[in-house]
Design a protein around this ligand. Structure first.
Ligand SMILES: Cc1cc2nc3c(=O)[nH]c(=O)nc-3n(C[C@H](O)[C@H](O)[C@H](O)COP(=O)(O)O)c2cc1C
Length: 300
């Protein structure tokens, strides 16, 4: 018998849908026992978000400051798992606060210790450096990352900015104004993610995850867009300055967050198109580096 724990957090239900579709083949196998752990905050985050609340979680998300989460049941705490599937979303280029909180919790550390982990990301499209932060946290708790699946909004970057913000502020995963595409991970990809469950099941039974990531990637588990990696790196540098500044401003925090909002508008709508043009112009010069990076971020 193999025991699998699926840990997830979700606000809209998207991450849970993804996790449950991946879990299907595991649930159908009589030799596999699957347990779900839905991370719940002691003080829940709002959904839909109000703009001020949405920006207010920026410093703590980015600086990976944990909040209190509800303990899992005693059954979960006492079980040693053969595999943990960790389904998470990205908040401000970092793992969301609920996921950081799980990874830094005492019981999270105990569950993850010496255990193979498959990460499953469901986000807008900027996850690569968040995954580096998750890798570091997993290493710190002696977990063994064996696979990664990253599901994103495949639409043009700026379109997904508009539609995801609308989704987050209304709570409705719908076509904005009837003309924009539906936000987030597409329904087809969510349903199609069962194929990843079949791959994971195969390796779980073999008790070896050698080549699993290559097989996941061959089945479109990870797509790398070099421009997004470039933006992710640049934005991480700026976010670090902003987060470290805002966190110290206890009295004037709302005003600083308004400043951060203006910075974001400028970064997304003015700076990023310029960086994109420069990226295209210098692409041939960076070709070797980009190829190497693509290989790296597709791996685990
Ligand atoms: C506060 C906040 C910040 C976010 N920042 C990012 C981000 O930096 N990169 C990204 O790709 N998606 C980002 N997203 C989108 C989420 O990763 C995710 O796709 C969305 O919240 C839906 O997840 P859910 O399953 O919790 O509903 C952000 C969402 C929220 C609420």
């Amino acid at each position: 018998m193999k025991n699998v724990l699926i840990v997830y957090y979700t606000q809209s239900g998207q991450l849970e849908e993804i996790a449950r579709n991946i879990a299907k083949p595991l649930l159908q196998d009589p030799e596999v026992s699957v347990t779900f752990f839905n991370i719940e905050m002691v003080k829940p985050f709002p959904f839909p978000w109000k703009p001020a609340q949405f920006f207010d979680v920026f410093p703590e998300s980015f600086l990976q400051i944990p909040s209190e989460i509800q303990n899992p049941s005693q059954d979960i705490l006492e079980q040693k798992y053969d595999l943990i599937i960790l389904a998470y979303q990205v908040w401000y280029l970092s793992p969301s606060i609920p996921i950081t909180s799980f990874l830094k919790s005492e019981f999270g550390k105990r569950l993850l210790n010496n255990t193979p982990v498959v990460t499953v990301i469901g986000c807008r499209n900027m996850w690569a450096l968040a995954q580096e932060k998750v890798k570091k946290l997993l290493k710190e708790v002696n977990a063994n990352l064996v696979g990664n699946i990253a599901l994103v909004d495949r639409h043009i970057n700026h379109i997904s900015v508009i539609t995801i913000v609308e989704w987050m502020f209304t709570g409705k995963k719908e076509k904005y104004l009837g003309i924009f595409p539906k936000p987030g991970v597409s329904d087809d990809e969510i349903i199609g993610s069962t194929k990843f469950g079949n791959i994971i099941l195969n390796y779980l039974k073999k008790d070896s995850y050698t080549n699993m990531q290559a097989e996941l990637v061959a089945n479109d588990a990870v797509e790398i867009r070099p421009f997004l990696i470039e933006m992710d790196k640049k934005a991480n540098k700026m976010f670090k300055i902003w987060a470290n500044t805002v966190i110290k401003k206890t009295n004037s925090r709302p005003n600083w967050l308004k400043g951060f909002y203006v910075y974001l508008l400028i970064a997304i709508w003015i700076m990023s198109p310029i960086v994109y043009i420069l990226h295209l112009l210098t692409f041939p010069l960076k070709y070797a580096r980009i190829k190497k990076e693509k290989k790296y971020y597709k791996g685990v």
